[in-house]
Write a protein that binds this ligand. Sequence first.
Ligand code: NDP
Ligand code: 8X3
Length: 280
Amino acid sequence: MLSFFPFSLFPLSLFLCILLPFHYFASMNRIVLITGATSGIGKACAEKFASAKDDLIITGRRNERLTQLKAGLENQYGISVLPLCFDVQDKDAVSAAFKDLPANWRKIDILINNAGLALGRDSFEDADMNDWETMLNTNVHGLLYVSKAVVPFMIEEKKGHIINMGSVAGKEVYEKGNVYCASKFAVDAITRSMRIDLLKNNIKVTGIHPGAVETEFSLVRFKGEGPKAASAYDGFIPLTAEDIADTVFYCSNLPAHVCINDLVITCTQQAGTYYFHKTQ
Ligand code: NDP
Ligand code: 8X3
């Protein structure tokens, strides 16, 4: 029997049976960059993509949390995680972080622009201008700085997917939402214009616009006032960070020719920014 085996084909069959599948699966790991991965939606995205064996670049200002998240995800899922600690408001820090990116981390497949915050919920005349500046610098400028640093890597590969975290607050304004709403309207506009400008480079751009999600968001917005933050979710079952991570993950796993442009997601007891059906 063995004498009939075409030994001249042995190297080819070795390649097809062993090396090719190994190479194929080894190259299945995508590189996913998630900003604001130290809590809430960003952290849930990190867990979701890690569970699918994607390699991750995670960012945030709280280095200890980044280090802990890296260790946990690498141990649990056997993936590689690169933590980058910077403030997205700092243009120089953002560009330095990506300029020095090791070559094996440059082929970023997916950028999830998630870092963001609301500060205060005050009427226009009472609101603090420092809060306004921080929101605009983080939610708008930060998203632009990170995108500007990462887009050249995607253009080089002629592929990529940018997923921007907007909000229902970027679709509809609400009382005392003023500059937070403005920042998320800007995210929506940037998302739409990015999609047009990056079309020629085969880069997908998706906007995700959640309603109320229970994370550290309200604690940050109300500057550490726990009871006030918790009361933001009184009377209804809000979305979880995992609900949004599942949605982001779904958008990132569609065939190459399919791009979800824009997705608004609320819990069942919310419609738009204002209407809630509170039952408890
Ligand atoms: P969290 O407060 O739980 O998480 C916010 C994340 O953003 C943290 O990881 C934080 O990291 C990071 N971040 C904030 N400011 C900066 C900064 N200057 N530089 C770097 N990273 C920063 O809130 P969420 O998970 O809820 O929010 C994530 C995104 O989702 C935001 O863009 C938010 O506007 C949006 N969103 C939230 C909704 C909600 O109801 N929760 C609804 C709709 C949209 P660190 O502090 O370590 O820097
Ligand atoms: C967060 C949701 O309604 O508090 O973007 O603005 S909301």
